[in-house]
Design a protein around this ligand. Structure first.
Ligand SMILES: Nc1ncnc2c1ncn2[C@@H]1O[C@H](COP(=O)(O)OP(=O)(O)OP(=O)(O)O)[C@@H](O)[C@H]1O
Length: 194
């Protein structure tokens, strides 16, 4: 995926200016930078939810998976049902349950509505949903935020294990997380900073 000369404004506010970047196919790229520098905006441009004011974006695969900053789950539905909403009704229930267990969710929780889940449990359902959807590219916007240290390790291992050979873009504020996920690093600065 290649971005050339990307400028994005919201009204008078210029968020990205003449940004050039290349994300290598089949590799993980970590995007870091201060709050408000435009990381989520960059992901939304790549996902096609926003259009640039100037510049071009090429090479974005059609089939995309994403973990957004919000979980975007249907609260009255179970974890398994939430994932089936994306994969289709005929998706392999056993495989979905297995993935949720790999993320440390208890068997007994899987058939409860996600409104009864903790924030960390919801996070893991949205991570499993994105991984199971199996996009050619996986966009992850601070997916491990709010997880305790052990669960975070488990979730990072899970993502690494299931995305070998896929293109992954991860936004994170955590250096350790970026080191563990590996790949290339895109360090973004606030506009006006070097
Ligand atoms: N739809 C929008 N309309 C107006 N301004 C917006 C919109 N989306 C983002 N912005 C502004 O653009 C700037 C960049 O936002 P963005 O969410 O991309 O930053 P970020 O680097 O992802 O921040 P964080 O690390 O806090 O998530 C912010 O000042 C934000 O207020």
């Amino acid at each position: 995926m290649v971005l050339r000369g990307i400028t994005k404004r919201f009204g008078d506010k210029v968020v990205l200016e003449d940004l050039n970047a290349r994300f290598l196919k089949g590799q993980t790229s970590c995007i870091m930078g201060p709050s408000g520098c435009g990381k989520t905006t960059l992901l939304q441009l790549l996902m096609g939810f926003l259009t640039p004011d100037e510049g071009t974006i090429t090479g974005v695969p059609k089939k995309k998976s994403a973990v957004f900053q919000e979980d975007r789950l249907c609260e009255p539905f179970t974890a398994v049902s939430n994932i089936k909403m994306v994969l289709g009704r005929t998706a392999d229930t056993g495989r979905i349950r297995d993935h949720l267990r790999q993320l440390g969710l208890e068997e007994a929780a899987l058939d409860k509505p996600v409104r009864d889940f903790s924030g960390g449990m919801k996070r893991r359902v949205s991570i499993a949903r994105a991984v199971l959807f199996g996009g050619e590219v996986l966009f992850l916007d601070e997916p491990f935020k709010g997880l305790d240290a052990a669960t975070r390790e488990q979730a990072m291992d899970y993502v690494k294990r299931h995305t070998k050979g896929s293109t992954v873009l991860l936004i994170t504020h955590d250096q350790q997380e970026a080191r563990k996920m590996g790949g290339q690093l895109l360090a973004m600065a606030q506009r006006g900073e070097p």
